[in-house]
Design a protein around this ligand. Sequence first.
Ligand SMILES: Cc1ncc(COP(=O)(O)O)c(C=O)c1O
Length: 340
Amino acid sequence: MKERAIAALEHYGTSCSGSRFMNGTLALHEELEVRLAAFVGKEAALCFTTGYQTNLGAISALIGKGDHVISDRFNHASIMDGIFMTIGLNRSVNVHRYKHNNLEDLERVLSRIPLDAAKLIVTDGVFSMEGDIVNLPGVRKLADTYNAAVYLDEAHAIGVIGATGRGTMEHHGDMTLADVVMCTFSKSFGSIGGFIAGDNIVVDYIKHFARPLIFSASMPPANLGAVMAALDILEAEPERVARLHEIAEKMIKGFADLGFNVGTAETPIVPLIIGDNEKTFLFWKALFERGVYVNPVVSPAVPPNRSLIRTSYMAIHEDDELDTILEISGEEGRKLGIIA
Ligand SMILES: Cc1ncc(COP(=O)(O)O)c(C=O)c1O
């Protein structure tokens, strides 16, 4: 990936210094978009400069005046900011939030909206703090019943779940479950940027109405080169994804056996739910001092009283490293009374 980033930089320079609509489109952008669309089984894709901008641009382009947007309560902040941007553009929209991954609550919301009103259900594929997976077949069924479209944020899913890393749709065995797919390049792709994928007509519409795309300089060549290399690796070496699944299973079971509360984790994001801010920070510090790097997460990133340590893994973690993490976490967790 580093070599490909360097090659792109040598060939094209450090930056396009302009928006996609001006001097900011390279053959590399378009080549990558064709490949990404094929990877997620959609007709077209469009790259943005960050994942955050992708959600801002795509959501604010898709939601029109008087439309309804229905969002899972645990969705990433960039999704809410996309909705806020729509409102900021002086379009009155109807915003609904439903209980996390709760189909009954989603149906309660949908059933109260007129059937012919335009509706967009927005959900993360893998939830960023809890590591659980959306019940996408259930969401799709409700969307079909109540005449809604489905927007799926795959930031933590592509490269992670599904047998070949194609994300939540592949995990559930049906690549048509979402109408619009979004992903960032800052996680599995080891770069920065993001993309949106869907039908030609939808992506073309987003391209012409997404202000964060139109009024911001495009992804730089080096970042494109790195993403392209990551995609090659992902396509050629699915065994890395299989290894990641093995690691996730080992760590979820390992922490649960030690007595930690891992919530509903099913992916390589494994939360250790503590609920007390001070203990969360003390635990983080103890782990850090012993060489285990994790993230402490407190409100507003999670609901109050649900503070947690977010552990996450890569395919290159080795079993002895994982065992050491479990051992140290167990010892420090016991000292702080987090586990018995
Ligand atoms: C679910 C989700 N969506 C979108 C984003 C935004 O992506 P980026 O940080 O690459 O701009 C993130 C990243 O933090 C995320 O976790």
